[in-house]
Each structure stands twice: as structure tokens, then as C-alpha cells.
Design a protein around this ligand. Structure first.
Ligand SMILES: [Zn+2]
Length: 210
């Protein structure tokens, strides 16, 4: 973990990075890494009735702050939800700009096996832009038909707690089963059992460079 100094998290929607890698992000920051978080859609079209259209933008700011990500390291795009594939090339070009501005040594992005069309787009373009860097695909079990647990990060309870607290900032998403404390801790426990430690997050190795 200490070898990663500059980490880029790619989140198709505002909460994906926290859901897939929140504990790992908390641990990386604790170890002194600079973490950048890019959200591609604030899903204005999916915001529940009666809530401000930009609520997810407000919430992602609070959630990433909970994890320790600096405000200036949060990049938010406003692409239309479920239609990221319509702007695939624009997304690739933005990623290439980010690659020229930030010397990233690890990329965390959705799994290449993620079924959600927006996640697939970000995973494919992420790989295109960062194919020369180590890349891990994070797990979102409700979107994965298959997921190879080929990499793990060992976590302590405090890292999983931070993930849970970050996700609590998403009031507009309250009541989703995958943001419940039970689910978050159970999955972290499950992944921990696989590798003989208390808690963990699992990733798919997309590219690894030694
Ligand atoms: Zn998503």
C-alpha cells in the first residue's frame, strides 16, 4: 500500500468509487497517498422527486471529504446518466488530459465485467487511457455476473467504518440495501475470510506492472 503515492479513482456515478473501494481509499490516504476522484455523472435525471437536481454533487463532496480526499482532488463531470456510451470519445479525451496532468501510479475503476452500461464505458475508456499503469477493477456485486477476486487490500475495521460513513452522506440514496452497514461490513468480512484477515476489499487485476 505504501508504494502508491498518487491514486486515481474513476467513478461513473458519484457513489461508485466509495462503494467499490471506499475502505481502500481510506487506507491509502492514511498511508499518505494523494487520491484523486473523478465522477462522470451526477445522475440529475435520476434524483428523487422533491430533491435538488444537483444533490449528488453536494453529496459526493461530503462523502469524499469523509474519506479524506481533498476538495481540489475531486473532479466532477456532468454527463447524462445511462448515456455515457454516447460520449465515449469525450470521456477518453478527458481521461487523457487527466493522465497528462497527474502522474498516477494506480488506477481504481469498475470491473471490465460490470454490466451497467455507464460502468462498462468508464472501464473501457479507463483502460484505453491508462493501459501503461497498474489498474484494479473494483467490485459492485449487484452489477457483476462474474468477478475474479484476483487482488485484495487488507483493511482494519476503521477503514470499513469510514467507507460506511462516507456512504451515509448520500441521503438521496438512503434505503438502498447496498449502502446498509450490514451489507458493507458483511462483504468486507467475506473478502477478509478469503485471505485470512478481518476485513478486505477485492479487486480484479486489469493490468499489473512490476
Ligand atoms: Zn454507478
Amino acid at each position: 500500500m505504501n508504494t502508491f503515492k498518487t491514486v486515481l479513482v474513476l467513478a461513473p456515478h458519484t457513489d461508485d468509487g466509495e462503494l467499490g473501494a471506499g475502505g481502500t481509499i481510506a487506507k491509502l490516504i492514511e498511508n499518505g497517498a494523494e487520491v484523486y476522484y473523478v465522477a462522470f455523472s451526477t445522475a440529475e435525471e435520476s434524483v428523487p422527486e422533491g430533491m435538488p437536481k444537483d444533490i449528488l454533487k453536494t453529496e459526493v463532496k461530503s462523502a469524499t471529504k469523509q474519506l479524506g480526499i481533498k476538495e481540489e482532488n475531486l473532479i466532477i463531470f456532468n454527463y447524462e446518466v445511462r448515456k455515457l456510451n454516447y460520449v465515449r470519445q469525450e470521456i477518453l479525451e478527458e481521461l487523457i488530459k487527466i493522465r497528462s496532468n497527474i502522474n498516477v501510479d494506480l488506477v481504481l475503476m469498475p470491473s471490465l465485467h460490470d454490466l451497467h452500461q455507464d460502468h462498462t464505458t468508464v472501464a473501457n475508456e479507463g483502460l484505453r487511457a491508462f493501459k501503461q499503469k497498474p489498474i484494479l477493477g473494483y467490485e459492485l456485486i449487484w452489477n457483476n455476473l462474474t468477478f475474479n477476486t484476483t487482488a485484495f487490500t487488507q483493511l482494519e475495521e476503521r477503514h470499513v467504518q469510514k467507507k460506511f460513513e462516507a456512504l451515509k452522506e448520500y441521503n438521496s440514496q438512503a434505503g438502498r440495501d447496498y449502502t446498509s452497514r450490514d451489507f458493507i461490513f458483511s462483504l468486507a468480512k467475506t473478502r477478509g475470510v478469503q485471505i485470512g484477515c478481518s476485513f478486505a476489499e477485492a479487486f480484479e487485476v486489469v493490468r499489473w506492472i512490476i
